[in-house]
Design a protein around this ligand. Structure first.
Ligand SMILES: Cc1cc2nc3c(=O)[nH]c(=O)nc-3n(C[C@H](O)[C@H](O)[C@H](O)COP(=O)(O)OP(=O)(O)OC[C@H]3O[C@@H](n4cnc5c(N)ncnc54)[C@H](O)[C@@H]3O)c2cc1C
Length: 492
């Protein structure tokens, strides 16, 4: 339908009643909307020219006998050829996408709710964990001098102050790396609200429907809580609450032996908590080769962390000041008691109640948004980036995907995502870094591979630093002699 809008200049109106009379007079078939104003001596009328002509509208006003149209003009809709990108989510993927869309000259509306602006990384992920890990490392190193002539001197005087400092760091980085980046951006709007996709071209938020040329789903992921009987009845910790504790846990149980569990286990242990890591599978870091996992576990155990692998927790409950985990370890029943429980058993996509399935968008079995290599879902115009699409869940992949998704959605560039040489790091001490496949993953990919391992006890830099924990491992495709991956377990 081609709707026209005209402004009529009207003589004779003296009050609101006159305006109301004119509006009533214009309540006829073909007029879509009308707004008369006695102060402005005008009426703005939108109509369908197939049903009523402009002259007829003028005649209707003049026919009142009291008012007279002195002139009129057509109001053309504002010419705005900027495409409108609506981003659901306000984390790293969303911000990288916003910067890219701004560079392409698009209008952006970002809708965020749940975590504060900046999302997981700055508020409850990378930033708080890494600053606390470093604080704990400082304490640990000052109590484990490796060189003669240096004495132990570290003491945790106030855990609360450490947490206070972390809060300041989070606030400062949230401001500097997120809020300030968009503060002065034109054609940008940030809406606080829970968004729901209403159609492939519109999003519903705070009672309003916003039209979009493209929609980017960047809603991230949240802690995945296993269905262990009793767990939902106790006050357990996750990464969203653990970094806010002002008193150090006395005995901490960490459920989950992957990277989030391990980084936190060591951090709390170094501050002084007695930590036990409980892992369901036969080894920690289940996707890596057993030797690597064993080696890292050896160093963490040496710092006093207890590990229970093959441990299936069947029930959790509170008994007085303690949390009790009933578990079965290789056929034997065991009870584990702690003062706190940190659940770090994986991440689940924030796709619930987003309206994705209602518009036909496909999710994976685990509930992540399914996207193709251009990051588009099966619904045209709806893209995904960051943790919500699963795969590699890092801050830098979220930012990379946000940028690629926008290029594909709003420009002629059609770029595939490429993760072939993606590095990652686990911030334990020693740290574990990797790129490409290790022997186990190479075998799963059908690659005939072998590894060359250099222990750090052979590396002069490590010898000089008096820290020879770890090794460097290069994995080679035996058929092509190509490097398929590398792993480094090292303090620095
Ligand atoms: C403990 C921890 C430590 C980590 N450490 C590292 C690290 O050292 N290095 C690294 O690279 N990565 C790290 N990560 C991973 C990294 O934080 C994430 O990969 C990254 O932050 C994901 O960004 P995102 O934009 O996809 O999602 P998020 O940052 O989670 O943003 C999504 C936002 O969308 C909001 N939202 C959800 N649903 C809706 C809705 N319907 N409407 C409106 N808003 C909605 C959410 O509340 C959130 O604010 C860590 C993660 C954790 C949990």
């Amino acid at each position: 339908m081609n709707i026209k809008t005209i402004e009529l200049k009207i003589k004779g109106m003296t009050c609101d009643n006159c305006a109301a009379t004119i509006e009533k007079q214009l309540t006829v078939a073909g007029v879509v909307s009308k707004k008369a104003s006695f102060k402005k001596h005008n009426a703005i009328v939108s109509f369908n020219p197939d049903e009523i002509a402009g002259e007829q509208i003028i005649r209707l006003v003049n026919d009142t006998g009291h008012y007279e149209v002195e002139g009129f003009q057509e109001i053309k809709p504002a010419i705005d050829d900027k495409p409108h990108l609506v981003i659901i989510g306000g984390g790293s993927a969303a911000f990288a996408a916003t910067i890219q869309a701004h560079e392409l000259g698009a209008r952006v509306t970002m809708i965020n709710e749940g975590l504060p602006v900046g999302g997981t990384c700055v508020n409850v992920g990378c930033v708080p964990s890494k600053t606390l890990i470093r604080a704990a490392e400082e304490l640990h190193q000052s109590n484990t001098p490796k060189f003669p002539g240096i004495v132990k001197q570290g003491k945790l005087q106030s855990f609360k102050e450490v947490i206070e400092e972390k809060r300041k760091m989070v606030k400062a980085l949230q401001q500097e790396k997120y809020i300030s980046v968009v503060a002065e951006m034109d054609n940008f709007a940030l809406i606080k609200g829970r968004a729901r996709i209403a159609s492939p071209k519109s999003v519903f938020v705070n009672g309003e429907t916003i039209a979009a040329d493209a929609i980017l789903v960047a809603t991230g992921a949240s802690p995945k809580i296993p269905p262990i009987p009793g767990l939902d009845e106790i006050d357990y910790l996750t990464n969203e609450t653990a970094y806010e504790l002002e008193d150090l846990p006395e005995r901490l149980i960490v459920l989950g032996g992957n990277y989030i569990g391990l980084e936190n286990a060591q951090m709390f242990a170094r501050f002084g908590s007695k930590v036990t890591v409980v892992e369901l599978l036969p080894q920690i870091l289940p996707t890596e080769s057993p030797e690597l996992a064993e080696e890292l576990q050896k160093f963490l155990s040496a710092e006093g962390i207890e590990f229970l692998t093959n441990a299936r927790t069947s029930r959790v409950y509170r008994e007085g000041d303690e949390i009790v985990l009933e578990m079965n370890i290789e056929g034997k029943e065991r009870k584990l008691r702690g003062t706190h429980l940190l659940v770090a058993t994986g991440r689940k996509a924030n796709t619930g109640e987003l309206g994705l399935q209602e518009i036909g968008a496909e999710l994976t079995q685990q509930g992540f948004l399914k996207v193709d290599e251009y990051l588009q879902s099966n619904v045209e115009g709806i893209y995904g980036a960051g943790d919500v699409i699963g795969g590699f869940m890092f801050v830098y992949t979220a930012a990379y995907e946000g940028k690629i998704a926008v290029l594909n959605a709003l420009s002629q560039v059609k770029q595939k995502v490429d993760y072939s040489a993606l590095p990652w790091v686990i911030f334990t001490d020693p740290q574990l870094a990797g790129v490409g496949a290790d022997e186990k993953q190479a075998a799963e990919l059908g690659i005939d591979a072998e590894a060359a391992v250099l222990p750090l006890s052979y590396v002069p830099r490590s010898i000089a630093a008096k820290d020879t924990r770890g090794f460097i491992k290069l994995i080679r495709n035996k058929q092509t002699d190509e490097l398929v991956g590398a792993r480094i377990l090292a303090a620095e």
